[in-house]
Design a protein around this ligand. Structure first.
Ligand SMILES: Nc1ncnc2c1ncn2[C@@H]1O[C@H](COP(=O)(O)OP(=O)(O)OP(=O)(O)O)[C@@H](O)[C@H]1O
Length: 628
């Protein structure tokens, strides 16, 4: 892990549920006293406090990031609370949003949503929709998304996406268990990660999980108020060709109802453990108390499954947000006060979210292999150890290309760099030796005037002549260079023309003919180059252009070349990029295909309707005729 870190306390929000018709309103007010905070004041009514020795406070004030009052709509809640967390998850940070409150206060409504109206969709479907919209827009990265849906009931974990839910009783399903690795990372056994490539697939998984949650619920077992549900979106992203992968998890958590067995006194004195309905919420509170205390080294995460699963979200590597759901009618004032108190403690917890980056091992291996080869070559040079295995066909072709470029380069400063490999250096010498041997220049003194040792060259006239001849040679060299570059241009033009020609006849022919050119060039044996050949740059192209076209080029490649091509494909540094782009292309193709199918369907419908209309017209015309 590396990269940037964001330190942030857990953000707390409150949401007040609208009053039901017969409920008596409690007294509270929402104040926007500061720029980045709001406050909620709850007044304890006199009649509730009656009967006690009344020296207790009557008004309680709590601070939240923002308070959503009764009329707040789902889209506003999503925009303020969930969108920023979803953005962080897209950027590679972990995020958690959890709803905490008493039974019936609107946790499920806020996290999942109501089923009656589309506008009642909660945070999970809206977040999925937002995330997939963003992924569609960003073609600079390759994204993979998975979801998982965990239910914790009575300290046992269940996979809500397990298809066996329908047929089996909850007790018979395999339990999700916690495993901890040596680095203290939590892994969940028996919890499935299902890939979702688009919003629809992800929503189907959410519905499947919600259905499974309801199946397990019987009148005797009001699981939803007693169980915790954690819907997790797992996102991984990578730039094509880059070795770095970012992974993030976004937990959307609907906790169990937080109410206590016996109502607390209005003052809210602490109750003993036994009075908690839900022991795991008690342990959650313990963790939060421990985290809020300074200098506490031991945090009791392990006491419950829920705190173990959410360990990263509480005082760890995560951007966490809590929504306190409140049912502020008169009867629930004390529960609301205890929910708010809990939230105030949660707000003290500091998290440190780091960018979750890791290196893709496939690309790392390719890069390291290259480095190893370079080091081996250098080592062989230094130790004088000879490398005996023959250079491959591919290496020889590459070398010839480098030598040719070097020889053609008019710049006298240019160097021939083939790396620290004795075999390659030898090959270069051989190449140049053969080149010289094959140039049948009659006057050898022109080739290397300094080593002929001819006495006559010392006379002033001879010297003058020699200088002239050298100048002439230099001039000729320049002319040759100009001609060579002209030829190259012509070659390119010819190739382009060839391309256009073939493209005109069929798209496939283009790739075939261009392949035949490269093969033709590649076939020239590297050791038999002569000056005539090297200067006849255009010839191979022209020749190949009129050669019969190869069909099924792959079959006609020699075994060695085919193998070399496979190796090249595998080891080419951009192979992963190409692979990634292929995947993207495949995805786009599938999208285009399904759109095409839809268009066809609609077209068929239109045709069908047209047919019906024509028939109606005819019927009507037939009816009207006798009347006229
Ligand atoms: N903001 C809201 N607007 C409209 N209806 C709401 C709102 N909040 C909650 N409700 C309704 O109140 C009822 C109870 O809410 P919900 O089931 O979300 O509570 P809960 O806190 O999840 O309860 P439990 O702990 O039993 O799961 C539901 O019928 C829900 O539709």
């Amino acid at each position: 892990m590396s990269g940037e870190m964001v330190k942030q306390t857990i953000q707390i929000y409150a949401r007040v549920k609208p009053l039901a018709r017969r409920q008596q309103a409690g007294i509270y007010s929402v104040g926007e006293d500061e720029k980045s905070a709001s406050s909620l004041e709850i007044i304890v009514p006199r009649d509730l406090a009656d009967g006690f020795v009344n020296n207790k406070r009557e008004s309680y004030k709590f601070k939240f990031q923002k308070i959503f009052d009764q009329e707040a709509k789902q889209d506003a809640v999503f925009e303020s609370i969930a969108k920023p967390v979803a953005e962080c998850a897209l950027a590679g940070y972990n995020g958690t949003i959890f709803a905490y409150g008493q039974t019936g206060s609107g946790k499920t409504f806020t996290i999942t949503g109501g089923a009656e109206r589309y506008s009642d969709r909660g945070i999970i479907p809206r977040t999925l929709s937002y995330i997939f919209q963003q992924l569609e827009k960003d073609s600079s990265k390759v994204y993979t998304t998975h979801v998982s849906y965990l239910e914790i009931y009575n300290e046992c974990g269940y996979d809500l996406l397990d298809p066996r839910h329908e047929a089996s009783r909850l007790e018979d399903l395999p339990k999700v268990t916690i495993m901890e690795d040596p680095d203290q990372n939590i892994h969940l056994k028996n919890l499935s990660l299902q890939q979702a490539t688009n919003e629809e697939e992800a929503l189907n998984l959410l519905f499947l999980g919600d259905t499974n949650r309801m199946i397990a619920e019987t009148p005797m077992n009001q699981a939803s108020t007693r169980s915790h549900c954690i819907f997790t979106i797992h996102i991984s992203s990578k730039e094509p060709g880059s070795a770095t992968i970012r992974r993030s998890k976004l937990h959307l958590v609907d906790l169990a109802g937080s109410e206590r067995v016996a109502k607390t006194g209005v003052g809210g004195q602490l109750l003993t453990e036994a009075k908690y309905i839900n022991l795991s919420l008690h342990y959650l509170e313990q963790v939060i108390i421990a985290l809020a205390e300074k200098h506490r080294s031991h945090i009791p995460y392990r006491n419950s499954m829920m705190t173990s699963v959410l360990r990263d979200s509480l005082g760890g590597n995560c951007m966490t947000t809590m929504i306190a759901t409140l049912s502020l009618d008169k009867r629930n004032i004390d529960e609301s006060i205890s929910t708010c108190r809990f939230a105030q403690r949660v707000a003290l917890i500091k998290n440190e979210a780091v960018l979750n980056e890791e290196i893709d091992p496939r690309l790392m291996i390719i890069q390291l292999k290259k480095v190893i080869q370079e080091l081996k070559d250098e080592l062989a040079m230094v130790t004088g150890e000879r490398r005996t295995e023959e250079l491959t066909q591919e290496e020889l072709l590459q070398l010839d290309e480098i030598i040719k470029t070097f020889l053609e380069d008019p710049d006298p400063e240019s160097t021939l760099d083939v790396g620290a490999d004795m075999r390659k250096i030898k090959h270069c010498f051989n190449y140049i030796k053969q080149l010289i041997n094959r140039t049948n220049i009659p006057d050898r003194s022109l080739l290397s005037p300094d080593i002929t040792g001819d006495e006559d060259t010392n006379t002033p006239e001879k010297k003058e002549e020699l200088k002239k001849l050298r100048d002439l040679l230099h001039q000729r060299d320049n002319e040759i260079n100009i001609l060579v570059s002209m030829l190259k241009k012509e070659k390119k033009k010819a190739q382009n023309a060839l391309f256009q020609l073939s493209a005109g006849s069929s798209g496939l022919a283009v790739s075939e003919s261009s392949l035949s050119i490269s093969l033709e060039e590649g076939q020239r044996p590297s050791a038999c180059v002569n000056v005539e050949d090297t200067q006849d740059f255009g010839s191979s192209v022209h020749r190949s252009a009129f050669l019969p076209r190869r069909t099924g080029s792959g079959e006609e490649m020699s075994l060695g070349r085919q193998e070399a091509f496979e190796i090249f494909k595998r080891d080419y540094v951009d192979s992963v990029t190409i692979e990634d782009n292929k995947q993207l292309l495949k995805k786009r193709f599938a999208e285009a295909k399904s759109l095409g199918e839809k268009v066809n369907e609609v077209r068929n419908k239109i045709n069908h309707l047209k047919g019906e209309i024509t028939q109606r017209h005819m019927q009507r015309a037939a009816l009207e005729l006798p009347a006229n």
